[in-house]
Design a protein around this ligand. Structure first.
Ligand code: B1M
Length: 221
């Protein structure tokens, strides 16, 4: 089991998506994050373990190398693709049997920001906990959040940002929502975001991770 988790982390770290993927060249023809994730789940490894002790471990390593300029955007993109592909296998395990949704949650990564792995994870966990999730993707403008909100007036809005430079775009979106639909509950999150920042821009909830967000929603809704 430990070996499978190590394989998963390694495939994320080096951006090996699946057996067909020719990247990285020295892993050509070998299994990737796709196959190892499926194998681990089939072998009874818990989805939570696959996520935290396999996928996230690999992504943490990429993050450190990226910061130190030891890998560059194309390699990180391959890691992201491998991570998103592997996460597809986790989805059914996080899907609850609830028929009546707890509410509607509109989520997106704010405009200017192309990081979607964390946002996808949050969306997956919310779905698994009985929320109807409308995922607007990444690089999402205020207008798109508002159009969707007008179509789903009782929805909670969740904004994700991974860059210190795009955090300020959260503020613009919050301001627009407050102008047009002041009673909307707004949650913010993403690595550089803090509770202080949340309060400063007038959002309602901050959570460092999906579990924290679920707890905040439990209290607020
Ligand atoms: Co980028 N990147 N990146 N990157 N990237 C970071 C974020 C960075 C910290 C790397 C570094 O320098 N160490 C750095 C940001 C520095 C800063 O602003 N302080 C950075 C940079 C600089 C950049 C570029 C500017 C690089 C360049 O072009 N020179 C560029 C910007 C592009 C853009 O967005 N306009 C860029 C590009 C990219 C890629 C496209 C190559 C790729 C993204 C691919 C994709 O997402 N599809 C990428 C990646 C993968 C990363 C790192 C390596 C990993 C991010 C990630 O997915 N983490 C990252 C370094 C790192 O984080 N160690 C880095 C895993 C994910 C599960 O965690 O997203 O934090 P996270 O989500 C968590 C929580 O934050 C929380 O829950 C999730 C699960 O626990 N959460 C929420 C997230 N959203 C939430 C919303 C909520 C609640 C909780 O409520 C609504």
């Amino acid at each position: 089991m430990k070996e499978l988790l190590e394989h998963i982390a390694y495939c994320i770290e080096y951006g090996k998506i699946n057996i067909q993927s020719p990247f990285p060249p020295d892993m050509k023809g070998k299994k990737g994050a796709d196959e190892y994730t499926k194998e681990a789940l089939d072998a009874g490894v818990s989805p939570h373990k696959v996520l935290t002790e396999g996928l996230m471990v690999g992504m943490d390593k990429v993050g450190k190398k990226f910061r130190e300029n030891k890998v560059f955007v194309p390699q990180v993109l391959m890691s992201a693709k491998a991570m998103n592909t592997a996460m597809e296998h986790l989805m059914p395990f996080f899907t609850s049997g609830d028929i009546t949704p707890k509410g509607t949650f509109i989520i997106g990564t704010v405009f200017g920001d192309l990081h979607d792995i964390g946002k996808n994870l949050v969306a997956m966990m919310l779905k698994g906990n009985g929320w109807k999730v409308i995922d607007l993707g990444m690089d999402v403008a205020a207008d798109k959040f508002l159009d969707t909100l007008h179509a789903h007036p009782d929805a909670v809005v969740g904004l994700s940002a991974l860059l210190t430079t795009t955090m300020s775009n959260m503020q613009q979106i919050v301001e627009r929502i407050r102008e047009e639909k002041p009673s909307t509950l707004i949650a913010v999150g993403g690595a550089p975001v803090t509770k202080e920042f949340c309060d400063k821009i007038g959002a309602d909830m901050y959570a460092p991770d999906p579990q924290g967000l679920l707890e905040e929603l439990e209290t607020a809704c």
